[in-house]
Design a protein. Structure first.
Length: 340
């Protein structure tokens, strides 16, 4: 398949988080052909039942190109016009997978070796695949991680801090609310207090932000709610302790605040000749924790279109990304360092 065909084929496989098996099988089959032609070593790295990371390496990998196979819901298939490929995962991150595979073919055609491709599961939820990969390193010294940055090298990325807020109440007939206790009212009070938290700012990364992502609870309009729950996420620019303590204080006596994810903010390396940016989203890079080498963050597509009904990736950026990934890998393989 050519670059655009492969991107569309990947997009057309539904792979929302926890349902990556089919796209993993597809990639394993595609990479099997490439590995067989070029003496590559292909393996599945089990994450949990029916969920595997996919790794292919040529020689002993000094440089690894990596991104994720999973997407956010809802799934919708690909479309193509003169300028874009559309569909869920087109820019986050299946177009990136296709560009990395094309870059690997480019490198192999020029005789390069000692590099690999690593595609992981679970980035959109809890970085489950990166956690397993971090526990199974292969000696790589540099990690080129792909996320949609419009082919600009990210010098920093915000962290993530996620909580589940759960409130409990007492059932009652809504005509007699004094006989019960509304978990929804309690949850709303806690969320109001959380929204008032003063959050840190950073000169490079900017302000911390909060998103209340989901709210659920209650049984019927005429029943005082006995249960309510919300999921919230902060995008952090420094250590999490200040926000963490403020959330616990806001919930104290009214609800349970359970931390379910923390990914630290990151400062990342420059690479001479590439335009730079700073991104507000979190990535798998902190979870890799250096086990696959010094990280760089770059990829085609716009994060502003990821996770939306308008998700798409410019064909021109896909083609450009192939050249960028191949050039970065060649430089790192040749000198053992990024030009800065």
């Amino acid at each position: 398949m050519n670059l655009f065909e492969l991107t569309r084929a990947l997009v057309d496989i539904e792979s929302t988080t926890n349902r990556e098996q089919q796209v993993g099988d597809f990639l394993f089959a595609q990479l099997s052909f490439l590995a067989a032609r070029t003496s590559g070593r292909l393996e599945r790295i089990a994450v949990e039942q029916h969920r595997d990371n996919i790794l292919v390496a040529w020689g002993e990998p000094i440089v690894t190109l990596s991104t994720h196979m999973d997407t956010v819901p809802p799934f919708f298939p690909s479309l193509e016009d003169a300028d874009f490929i559309w569909g869920r995962g087109s820019c986050d991150a299946k177009g990136i997978i296709a560009a990395m595979i094309a870059a690997a073919e480019n490198l192999l055609d020029s005789g390069a070796t000692n590099f690999g491709l690593l595609f992981v599961v679970g980035e959109e939820r809890n970085s489950a695949g990166a956690k397993v990969a971090a526990a199974n390193p292969r000696g790589s010294r540099f990690l080129i991680n792909g996320e949609p940055t419009e082919n600009q090298l990210a010098l920093g990325s915000k962290g993530a801090l996620r909580f589940e807020i759960t409130a409990h109440g007492k059932l009652a007939h809504s005509a007699y609310p004094e006989l019960g206790h509304s978990a929804i009212h309690a949850l709303l009070d806690v969320l109001r207090a959380i929204r008032m938290i003063s959050m840190p700012e950073d000169a490079l990364l900017g302000p911390s932000t909060l998103n209340i992502g989901t709210i659920a609870g209650g049984r019927a309009p005429n029943v005082v709610a006995d249960h309510a729950q919300a999921e919230i996420m902060f995008r952090t620019v420094g250590g999490p302790d200040e926000i963490r303590q403020a959330v616990l204080a806001a919930a104290a006596g009214r609800a349970e605040a359970r931390e379910v994810l923390h990914t630290p903010a990151m400062r990342l390396s420059a690479f001479n000749g590439l335009p730079t940016t700073v991104v507000a989203f979190a990535t798998d890079i902190p979870t890799f924790d250096g086990t696959w080498g010094r990280p760089f963050l770059i990829g085609p597509g716009s994060i502003h279109l990821a996770h939306t009904a308008e998700e798409r990736i410019p064909k021109s950026q896909l083609l450009e990304a192939v050249e960028i990934y191949a050039r970065m890998a060649r430089q790192l393989l040749a000198t053992g360092a990024a030009p800065v």
